[in-house]
Write a protein that binds this ligand. Sequence first.
Ligand code: NOJ
Length: 607
Amino acid sequence: MRVAGAFAIALVAQLAAAQIIDEDWWKNTTIYQIYPRSFKDTNADGIGDLRGILQQIYHPDVLGIGAVWLSPIFKSPMKDFGYDISDFRDIDPIFGTMADFDALVEDCRKRGLKLVLDFVPNHSSDEHEWFIKSVAREEPYTNYYTWLDPKGFNESGSPIPPNNWLSVFGGSAWEFNEQRQQFYLHQFTVGQPDLNYRNPAVIEEMNDILRFWMDKGADGFRLDATPHLMEDQSFPDEPLSNDPEFTSDQWGYLSHIYTTDLPELYDVIYGFRDVVDQKQAELGRQMVMMVEAYTSLENTMKYYGSGDRKGAHFPFNFELITKFNNETTAAELKQIIDNWQNNLPDGAWSNWVIGNHDTSRVASRLGREFGLAAVIMGQLLPGTAITYNGEEINMEDTWISWRDTVDPPACQAGPENYQRFSRDPERTPFHWDNSTYAGFTTSDSNKPWLPVNENYKEINVRHQLYEGPKQPYWIYEKLIDLRTEIAAVQRGNLTTSTVGDNIFAFTRVLADDVLGWGLFVVVNFDYAEVTADVTSSVTLLQEGTKLFYETGTLESNYIYYQQIDPSSVTIPARGALVFRYIVTSSATSVAASCLSLLSAFLALINL
Ligand code: NOJ
């Protein structure tokens, strides 16, 4: 009987799938972020590489993911682990060669996987030839960076920085260069001098780099640290933030009104989009441009474009990282989500990010069960979903001792404070299996560059694959299936609601549905299991129709396709459940009666 039920459901799924429009690939897929240093090491040096990615790229592919984004793989002294680039057009030997990159492009093409690269426009490495020539005042590089004379000299004759600006990683944002006898600006490490975007030659250089990688096969870019692109040219001191959490050498001590979010920067972004669009037309390949900007909602939305200027396809939506934590109530989460959706410019495409290499892992931030609830929401809310490698198996942060600490802001903060600033915990090696070092490296002597989490024997791909459907891996795979299978997940309207104080719910339903599925997600904020009547939250549910259980967090006791009455749904503590249901908002009576018949049939076979 269950087989017959599954068949009938698959039939309807087929019909629904027929409704899916072949939109731009970046809209309907999940984009999987690979942190190359930690993904897979094939040359036994303890650091992940491109051959490792090539070897393991089947993993996102098997999960049904359509695109991967690689954190920087370019030539770099690795002072900020690849975000300090000394040659924007070459691969760092730690990661491999250009031939390895070409092989990866080819393999991705065969698999139908899109390959997105990181583009770091704000700064280069201090070992980049532009900087070396700029130090020497060699044209045209003299003004490729922001150089200023000292404000004066102190009693001991040391030069005084031009103003009080601070680096995001702590300490002054100015570094004195003996050879040039001037200070240069670096908003991140000393080894990452800020490029000067007031200089059109710099913009043209960066445009060429975009073109170069699209010609090489990239399907788009993630743009790094864009709020920092421009600074006020009168270089005034920044005011104090008066935030007691920060000491005078920490970035949060100042209010960054002259170094971030300057109105001029958006034009540069729109210019990058023009370059991407021109290349897209030339190559006949749809590209994507995503922007990393931790800023206000208002500023974030500016990245989409202005008037007839197009901006990013989307700026990352960090709301579920910056505003959602274990203190958040169901009503507050509803507001966070509604607020983002309601602020989207007309026609703008949404997206959801729940983690990356700069943020504590979601399973550690929220706990394993609630973290998985966030994964579920990230996949099923409207728009593109972004997954940071490891979220699909519920990887947690790894505790790192001061001795093992390598992340620049953590090192800068010192042994007492490093844990507050360190990004090492979320960057530890990926867990493939339960062999030595979680199968990350082929070496059993060379240690990985960061320690492997002790929990790897249970939290790894292989183990979860063999343990079956109640594992994070399977739950995640199911979510990806739902994204492809149900048209409402791709294009459906979002309706959010709360039930009582502790339940947040949302539905995804196609506005003009004739025959299709609706999707219903319910999240329990309580630390105890609850059974609730959620009928009022399920939009366009015909009276008497049941919910069909699809998946849920680890503690859910329902089984696949189980029919549940919405008047009594049991949700695990801090857990989430996902259901599909038949939407009967149909305008055509033929379709409506088909659906009624089908639901009756489904009800019957489940008796
Ligand atoms: C944002 C990147 O994600 C981060 O890892 C890096 O340190 C800074 N930008 C500087 O490039």
